[in-house]
Structure formats: structure tokens, C-alpha cells
Design a protein around this ligand. Structure first.
Ligand code: URA
Length: 227
């Protein structure tokens, strides 16, 4: 995405000011290179260790466990959902319930991949009671975890499943019906493309939308194939 396109896309979602990073110092460049070469599994494990006892927000009172991201940390594609549901809270893995089964099916049928070839995570790592949407405060407290995961994985494309995931990644509230199927730059690293589509749970509740989700996955496949 060129600079002009990047600015236009950001303006579309209401971001009208950006701050450019100063040039990286030699030390910072070296540490970025080191991060690339480090074992990403090890870094993700260390990250989880720092967060598994997290009590920053009230979700810790009702959760069974913190549910970290799961899959291949070298994948060019990261899926981001909202927060763990009942099954995810029990098993400690994201998207293992009914919505996860639909996600797996689309990953296999359209992207031609097995689920373990991509990385899957959530904006919030703890289950909100009754599967309600996480509050802005819960999302904010959990955001450094997601940001660090993306920093470690450095994917080519982040696919946000639903509006909450889009908000968590782009830092702006959005109407998913308006922005789905579109590409935006990731605010912390504009080289990473952010693609938005429906949450599979929404499609389970509204089966007529499965076709739209399938079309978005076709577009996602093209996006991953692009340089
Ligand atoms: N819905 C989500 O957003 N995330 C999960 O992990 C499961 C269901």
C-alpha cells in the first residue's frame, strides 16, 4: 500500500493525524533483527508466562484461564477474534467451539490450509461472562498482549473477525457492514495489511451471510498471495 492509499484508508476510519517514527537508531535496528531471528515460539511462551496470572481487569474473577493465541507463529496470516467463549475458556485454546469449526472449514476449503498453519488469537484473552462483548476498558487492558503478539509474528495480513476485532487492531470503533472486505494499514506497522470480515459466530446466527464471508475469504487468499 502506497503512502497516499495508506492515508486515505486511515482517514476513512476516522484517523486524521499520524505521527511518524523517528529513524531507528543502530541499537534498535539490531534488536529488531534479533527479534526476527529469535525463536518466536519461545517469545510467545514468555509473553504468555507474563500474562497467565493477569488481574488487570475484572475478567480474571470469572475466567477459568487466560487463553493465549494458537498456531503457527511464522504464518503470514493472523486471525483475530473477540474473546474466548465457554469452550475456549475450558480448553485454553481460541476458536474451538462452533464458531471455530466454521473458521476451520473456511481456512481449509478456501485458503487450502490446515488451521495449524495460521495463527489465531483474540483481542481479549479472558472470557467475558455470558459471552458478552468485552468493554472498552477490558480491551484496553488486554491490548499490549495483542500488540506484542503481532510484533513477534510480523504477519503480512491480519484478518479481523468482526467489529470488536477491528476495533482492537485499528483502535477505532467501526461498523463492520461498512468496512468488511476492505484493507487498512495496521497503525503500529503500516506494512501489515488489516483485512476485515464478519465474525463466524455472526454468520452462524445469520446463515444467509455465509456467502459474503466466503467471498471475503477468497479476497483474503488473494491478499496473502500478493507481494
Ligand atoms: N469467538 C471469539 O471471538 N473468539 C474465540 O476464541 C471463540 C469465539
Amino acid at each position: 500500500m502506497g503512502l497516499k492509499e495508506t492515508l486515505k484508508a486511515l482517514e476513512f476510519i476516522g484517523i486524521t493525524e499520524i505521527y511518524l517514527n523517528r529513524k531507528m537508531s543502530e541499537g534498535e535496528e539490531t534488536s529488531e533483527r534479533k527479534l526476527k531471528q529469535e525463536d518466536r515460539n519461545k517469545l510467545l511462551k514468555e509473553l504468555y508466562k507474563q500474562w497467565r496470572e493477569c488481574t488487570r481487569c475484572d475478567l480474571h474473577k470469572s475466567r477459568t484461564q487466560v487463553v493465549p493465541g494458537d498456531g503457527n507463529p511464522y504464518s503470514p496470516l493472523v486471525f483475530v477474534g473477540e474473546a474466548p467463549g465457554e469452550e475456549e475458556d475450558k480448553q485454553g485454546r481460541p476458536f474451538v467451539g462452533r464458531a471455530g469449526q466454521l473458521l476451520n472449514k473456511l481456512i481449509e476449503e478456501i485458503l487450502g490450509l490446515y488451521r495449524d498453519r495460521v495463527y489465531i488469537t483474540n483481542v481479549c484473552k479472558c472470557r467475558p461472562p455470558g459471552n458478552r462483548k468485552p468493554t472498552p476498558i477490558e480491551m484496553r487492558y488486554c491490548s499490549p498482549y495483542l500488540k506484542k503478539e503481532i510484533e513477534i509474528i510480523q504477519p503480512k495480513v491480519i484478518c479481523c473477525l468482526g467489529a470488536t476485532a477491528g476495533e482492537g487492531i485499528l483502535g477505532k470503533s467501526l461498523k463492520i457492514t461498512k468496512v468488511r472486505g476492505q484493507v487498512f494499514p495496521y497503525p503500529f506497522n503500516p506494512r501489515i495489511k488489516v483485512f476485515l470480515t464478519y465474525h463466524p459466530a455472526y454468520v452462524l446466527r445469520n446463515p444467509k451471510e455465509e456467502n459474503t464471508l466466503r467471498k471475503d475469504f477468497e479476497k483474503l487468499k488473494e491478499l496473502i498471495a500478493q507481494q
